[in-house]
Design a protein around this ligand. Structure first.
Ligand code: EPS
Length: 394
């Protein structure tokens, strides 16, 4: 079983993740992870914090001489900003007397502040927001990077691109996923449509001027997944359900679509399903001779991968921390208030796409581990190859 946990506060000393279930003998270096961490930090619309942080991983367990050992892998990423928050975030009781930052008693609409403070009995919403913060996604991207490394061994790749920011929509057309990915990497908002990219940047500038924030939509594409990951057998084994939960669990995500998504509800049945064809000479990397000419299902049927590309989209709300805040009520005085200025990002949709890749990579890797098992990479590969032989001859 592949599983992970993260720990860490936004302005605490560091973020930590433990990932268990990666087979032994997978080649893994800090570079594999750092590349993904820096991709998450880019994107037009980020705030001042990203100038402080230069996320780098330290692998503290599970890897020796560049190869995984088969035990839990522990990953740590230092928060450079902690240097400015030591007394505020120190674990020691004595530090409280030295902390000059006032308690956070003004909950932001849309943030975890109010329900979190009531639920955990905190009078200072800092005790909530530090963990609820999207800074936590750094640890998830580190985990996702290891999963991507494993997926690559089996010819599976995961990429993302931004489709919409603040109502500005990209037109992508029928480009192959690899090209969409490459164009997105070259765009300041990770959008494959150059014109839309520029309009998105202008929209972000407008939002900054208006002291507000913007959300948007990104798409994650998984290429090369073999047919049969996930299962229809039980509700919690359905890959589409697991992917939707994973994406929805990213901070600020409010909607997830698979394939056609909500559009499928507006069509007749004959325009909603992907007809099945067979070509005995087909040279698919995963061996499947059956294929589709459309991909309305987004590569998922009956909770299983069907051999086509997996297509997922997620909608992100505008960030709740704003320079011109919405109306709220002070937790202590119960008085209404309107203004507190907080450092914040204007738009984090480009980063959210990278995080989407990470959580999707984890779920796909988890189903791959479930299906093919193996304690070492070699054993896992033998099981995988034996299955592909069956798929090829089916
Ligand atoms: C965040 C608020 C901002 C963001 C942060 C998420 O941080 P700060 O309060 O320190 O200015 O920059 O995102 C990150 C630090 C990150 O690494 O993505 C929040 O409240 O969620």
């Amino acid at each position: 079983m592949l599983r992970y946990l993260t720990a860490g506060e936004s302005h605490g000393p560091s973020l930590t993740a433990i990932l268990e279930g990666i087979p032994a003998r997978l080649s893994l270096g800090t570079k594999d992870i750092d590349t993904e961490l820096s991709r998450r930090q880019m994107g037009y619309g980020r705030g001042g914090r990203m100038k402080i942080e230069q996320d780098r991983v330290v692998i503290t367990a599970g890897v020796r001489h560049g190869l995984t050992l088969g035990g839990p892998i522990a990953l740590a990423i230092t928060n450079r900003d902690f240097a400015n928050w030591q007394d505020t975030m120190a674990p020691e009781a004595e530090a409280r007397a030295r902390d000059t930052r006032p308690a956070v008693t003004r909950p932001r609409p849309g943030h975890a502040d109010l329900p979190g403070a009531i639920k955990y009995g905190h009078r200072d919403a800092r005790n909530v927001l530090e963990r609820a913060s999207a800074r936590e996604t750094t640890a998830r991207v580190a985990v996702g990077a290891v999963c991507k490394r494993l997926l690559r061994e089996f010819g599976i790749s995961v990429l993302s691109h931004v489709m919409e920011i603040g109502g500005v929509r990209a037109t992508i057309g029928d480009l192959p996923p690899g090209q969409i990915g490459a164009l997105a990497e070259a765009s300041p908002v990770r959008c494959a449509d150059r014109e839309a990219s520029e309009a998105m940047v202008a929209r972000i500038d407008e939002a900054r001027k208006r002291k507000t924030t913007l959300g948007g939509i990104f798409e994650v594409i998984v290429e090369g997944a073999p047919v049969g990951l996930g299962s229809y057998i039980q509700w919690d084994q359905k890959l589409d359900g697991r992917l939707a939960r994973a994406l929805m669990s990213i901070q600020a995500i409010k909607g997830v679509e698979v394939g056609l998504g909500f559009e499928v509800a507006r069509r007749f049945g004959f325009e909603a399903h992907d007809e099945i064809f067979y070509d005995p000479g087909r040279q698919a990397p995963h061996g499947l001779k059956f294929f589709r000419k459309t991909n309305y299902a987004g590569g998922l049927e009956g909770g299983m991968s069907n051999g086509e590309a997996i297509l997922l989209r997620a909608a992100m709300k505008p960030l709740s921390t704003q320079y011109a805040p919405l109306r709220s009520v002070d937790l202590e005085t119960k008085e209404p208030f309107e203004a507190t200025v907080e450092r914040s990002d204007v738009c984090a949709v480009p980063a959210a796409g990278v995080i989407g890749e990470a959580v999707v990579a984890f779920e796909v890797a988890a189903t791959l581990r479930e299906k093919f098992g193996g304690d070492s990479l070699e054993e896992m590969r033998r099981n995988f190859d034996a299955y592909l032989d069956v798929v090829r001859d089916f």
